[in-house]
Design a protein around this ligand. Structure first.
Ligand SMILES: C[S@@+](CC[C@H](N)C(=O)[O-])C[C@H]1O[C@@H](n2cnc3c(N)ncnc32)[C@H](O)[C@@H]1O
Length: 256
């Protein structure tokens, strides 16, 4: 038996290199879009926190635009990968910090930008997480939240969350756009912009990245094959199990 936090460590500590070379994480239209928003909104003197930095792909982009970026993750393995890669790229404005979103180890109103990409679906206490992110954002500062989205339709949502959990025991849930709108408003953020993009998930590399066991891969394939036609179509399911997820971006001002 493991706690959720132990599952996060188990899943991510050995996987820094796999996430560094993952095409889904290294690329994606949301990265260029986020860079444009940051460049248009924040001065080069601004500072940023990247929560759940993983192998650091968002942090590396933010470093090109801002004076100081702190990459935070609970996983020491991920942080070691980020520090190594930042040194190789000569990114001196990037610092790493071990910690979790539910108890951010920073003073109130420290950052002009608080960002997170493909991490929020692992957070088990979303209210605490968003309250902490708001707390460390300066008055007038911004939140950049990027994550894989849940479909609004319960039938499709249930199937997606089930295969996500079978693949990765540290998965909590993807949120739908309307859930994010409610959560962000309740946490004191005013959404300025929301965008979404389809992201093709290559089945073989998706399960390899999380070292999904043979039994659980078989369960995912069985679920995919028994899924109703509406689900298979909505997820654009392919014969080898590859499918399409949607990536959502929310750009929000700290209200008040
Ligand atoms: C898929 S990786 C992130 C990818 C990365 N942000 C990028 O843009 O390539 C998910 C990361 O979220 C981190 N994570 C999980 N639970 C967390 C929590 N409660 N607080 C902060 N980070 C967390 C994991 O350790 C993992 O490194």
């Amino acid at each position: 038996m493991r706690t959720h936090a132990e599952s996060v460590h188990e899943q991510f500590d050995p996987q820094g290199q796999a996430y560094l070379s993952s095409a889904v994480h290294a690329q994606g239209p949301e990265l260029a879009y986020a860079e444009r928003l940051v460049a248009q909104t924040l001065p080069a003197t601004a500072t940023a926190l990247d929560v759940g930095c993983g192998a650091g792909h968002l942090s590396f982009r933010l470093c090109r635009l801002l004076s100081r970026v702190v990459a935070l993750d609970p996983s020491a393995g991920m942080l070691a990968t980020v520090a190594r890669e930042a040194a190789a790229r000569g990114l001196q404005s990037l610092a790493t910090h071990q910690g979790s979103v539910e108890s951010l180890p920073f003073a109130d109103e420290t950052y002009d930008l608080v960002a997170t990409r493909y991490s929020a679906h692992h957070w088990s206490r979303m209210d605490a997480a968003l309250a902490q992110m708001r707390r460390v954002t300066r008055a007038g500062g911004v939140l950049l939240l990027i994550d894989s989205l849940a479909p609004e339709e319960p039938l499709i949502d249930t199937h997606l969350q089930a295969i996500e959990l079978l693949r990765d025991r540290s998965h909590v849930r993807n949120r739908s756009p309307s859930e994010w709108q409610r959560l962000l408003a309740a946490a004191g953020f005013e959404i300025v912009e929301h965008q979404r993009w389809p992201t093709r998930i290559d089945f073989a590399s998706w399960i390899e990245r999380m070292r999904t066991t043979t039994e659980r891969v078989a369960a995912i394939r069985a679920l995919q094959l028994m899924a109703p036609l509406e689900v298979q179509q909505a997820l654009a399911l392919e014969p080898d199990g590859s499918f399409v997820l949607h990536t959502g971006l929310f750009w929000a001002r700290r209200a008040g």
